[in-house]
Design a protein around this ligand. Structure first.
Ligand SMILES: [Zn+2]
Length: 350
């Protein structure tokens, strides 16, 4: 029996709680339709190098993302805007600019953040809770049953636009930050890279932390609270370096000689490079450390040798962060070891 609009409305009224649930099938169909629109409007970057890099990081995160009832697709958008976005159903995009600016570890945070919006169905939940649009949405979803996305209508276009332009709540963003960071840890990627990623995001926005919209970069500047929150929970994440650990440290790029030698000196003075000089502190004491946004926190997992930690300090990530700051020529280092054996390394850059 073919349903008319009247029947649909009646069904919605009679069975609102049921109809308000978007099935996984419908979620994927809706996301695919939105993905087609994004790709048609922006285009994809065909570079094998960028795409392979994106797939490599994505493949480390997907198995530990916590949701396996959908298939994920990661693609590079042909765009020189600094951005990333995720659509319902598992369609995740990073722009060419983002890929070029962010090293692997930072990229892992952005992708983990975006993946978390998908695993938590933030967009879908928003639609389900939106009374005003529910009737129209449900009428469309009936047409999307079976994954059929051929239906074209003004209503469908409206819902797709909503999917693409919806803005997440602050609570959803906080959750995505937190879950994305946990995802990194489970994938064997140092969650401390999330802090560097946040600094990069802030730098892309004149120092103000961007609100992650459906796209990762939006219009709302956010206070440093988000970075501060990350400092409080990232050191508590347990992780073991895995196969997906960002690439081996490399020699700092040209111009880094000065800061590198200064840093080595600072590390030596702090006792970081000598065994047996670390203070033992309880994890909660971390909260009393005076950490501010001008420093970098590295979490060194139990068992990591000093030479390994030192090498990580000289990754390209840090070289970029330090050389990017015009007047960063002074360093301060604080090291604490907590009861779990993790070393918390606070590097202050002035
Ligand atoms: Zn977000």
């Amino acid at each position: 029996m073919k349903m008319g609009l009247g029947d649909i409305l009646l069904a919605v009224v009679l069975a609102a709680p049921v109809w308000a649930q978007v099935s996984v099938e419908q979620e994927v169909a809706l996301g695919r339709r939105a993905a087609q629109q994004i790709e048609a409007e922006t285009g994809l970057d065909p570079s094998p190098q960028l795409n392979q890099r994106l797939q490599r990081i994505a493949q480390a995160l997907i198995p530990v993302c916590g949701r396996n009832d959908i298939q994920y697709q990661f693609k590079v958008l042909n765009s020189d805007e600094f951005n990333a976005m995720a659509l319902p159903g598992g369609f995740v995009y990073a722009t060419r600019k983002l890929m070029n600016v962010m090293p692997d570890g930072q990229l892992a945070f952005v992708l983990g953040h975006e993946l978390s919006h998908v695993t938590q169905r933030h967009s879908i939940r928003q639609m389900e809770n939106d009374q005003m649009r529910r009737v129209g949405l449900m009428a469309i979803l009936i047409g999307l049953g079976g994954g059929n996305v051929s239906q074209e209508s003004a209503q469908l276009a409206g819902v797709v636009d909503q999917v693409i332009s919806s803005r997440y709540s602050q609570a959803d963003e906080d959750e995505a930050d937190r879950l994305g960071t946990q995802m990194m840890a489970r994938a064997g990627i140092d969650p401390a890279y999330a802090l560097l990623a946040m600094h990069t995001l802030a730098a892309q926005h004149d120092g103000g932390m961007p609100q992650f919209v459906n796209a990762i970069v939006g219009s709302h500047p956010l206070p440093q609270e988000r970075i501060a929150a990350a400092y409080s929970y990232i050191p508590k994440l347990a992780y073991s370096p895995g196969a997906s650990q960002p690439a081996a440290p490399v020699q700092a790029a040209g111009g880094a000689t000065l800061w590198q030698s200064t840093l080595v000196k600072a590390l030596g003075q702090a006792g970081l490079l000598q065994n047996g000089q670390l203070m033992s502190v309880a994890q909660r004491e971390l909260a009393s450390l005076q950490l501010d946004a001008n420093g970098i926190l590295l979490v060194s997992p139990p068992g990591e040798s000093y030479s390994q930690m030192e090498r990580r300090l000289f990754t390209q990530e840090l070289a970029w962060l330090v050389t990017d700051s015009q007047q960063s020529r002074e360093f301060g280092v604080a090291v604490r070891q907590n009861s779990a054996g993790e070393k918390l390394v606070w590097l202050k850059v002035r």
